[in-house]
Design a protein around this ligand. Structure first.
Ligand code: AMP
Length: 225
């Protein structure tokens, strides 16, 4: 596929804003890969790799894993053949240094971000969303025990077992929100200045309503490509 036809999306917003759920919807709709640095770090941790061991302490505390670790992970990942048609970055970049590193790695390959989707959700909703969130160990589908309940308390539609992430608790959420405000929120300005950011209102909305807003935005950019 031509470099300029590759669809490269960045999904950003506070923890629990729904970017993982919307990334899955976009993956199915456009047939491009979701690259979640959080998932990659959890996999590294489960495999007890060096990256996993170095990242654990930060993840448990709800703080940022050092830039050089995540930048290297993403730089390697986007070279895979399965990213040839484009990809969706979910949870990266989260700092200015990561955003600049991403610009550089894409620039070297004559690629560019097509759209940054910023999911705006008020803090008071975040805690409720995160503390009720469970996901499937097999297919990764995300549920909410109240707002998007699974078929049974501990089973996904695919039959996989549902687990709550260890960092999805009230104490860690507070640190994650503080890290987000300090390091990630400034990227809203960074991408607004580049003219590639669209704000998607996620507060007080169903998954379907948010998906509808995302698809409206996608129609605007894919129609223009
Ligand atoms: P997430 O699944 O996106 O909520 O990420 C879970 C945790 O992984 C975060 O709280 C961070 O500790 C770490 N993490 C994920 N992505 C990044 C990133 N781009 N930069 C730094 N830390 C990250």
């Amino acid at each position: 596929m031509d470099a300029e036809k590759r669809l490269i999306l960045v999904l950003m917003g506070p923890p629990g804003c729904g970017k993982g759920t919307q990334a899955k919807m976009l993956t199915e709709t456009f047939g491009i890969r979701q690259i979640s640095t959080g998932d990659m770090l959890r996999e590294a941790r489960a495999a007890d790799s060096e990256i996993g061991r170095r990242s654990s302490v930060f993840m448990d505390a709800g703080t940022m894993v050092p830039d050089e670790i995540v930048i290297d992970l993403v730089a390697m990942r986007i070279q895979n053949r399965d990213c040839a048609g484009g990809f969706i970055l979910d949870g990266f970049p989260r700092t200015l240094a990561q955003a600049q590193a991403l610009d550089e790695m894409l620039g070297h390959r004559k690629l560019a971000i097509g759209q940054v989707l910023f999911f705006d959700v008020p803090d008071e909703e975040i805690v409720v969303r995160i503390t009720g969130r469970v996901s499937c160990v097999l297919c990764g589908k995300i549920y909410h025990t109240t707002f998007n309940p699974p078929p049974t308390a501990d089973t996904c539609a695919c039959g996989g077992y549902l687990l709550q992430r260890p960092d999805d608790n009230v104490t860690t959420v507070t640190s994650r929100l503080a890290a987000y405000r300090e390091s990630t929120e400034p990227l809203v300005r960074y991408y607004t200045d580049k003219g590639i950011l669209a704000t998607i209102h996620g507060g007080g909305s169903t998954i379907e309503q948010v998906s509808g807003r995302v698809m409206e935005r996608m129609a605007a950019i894919t129609g223009a490509r």
